[in-house]
Design a protein around this ligand. Structure first.
Ligand SMILES: [Zn+2]
Length: 80
């Protein structure tokens, strides 16, 4: 049961784009500093859904799950 739930959380990130149903939530005209999501590496211009200010910069995320993942351990996603 718990494993199923975890798989759902992990895969929901990529599924969101394929489903297309939740895309009307997509944010437009929001200037985020990243061109690619740090967590799932999709382009922010294609499915921006959520944002987070980290160290004074606005970062975009494809979903609340993605944002939560980044918030939990931002250092591991900041390659530079
Ligand atoms: Zn994502």
């Amino acid at each position: 049961m718990i494993i199923c739930f975890l798989i759902f959380i992990v895969s929901s990130c990529q599924q969101e784009k394929a489903k297309g149903m939740e895309q009307k939530k997509m944010l437009k005209d929001v200037a985020v500093i990243n061109t690619v999501y740090p967590v799932c590496h999709m382009k922010t211009s294609e499915s921006l859904n959520d944002t987070l200010v980290y160290k004074g910069s606005l970062y975009g995320f494809c979903s609340p799950e993605c944002k939560k993942e980044f918030k939990g351990r931002p250092e591991s996603f900041m390659v530079r």
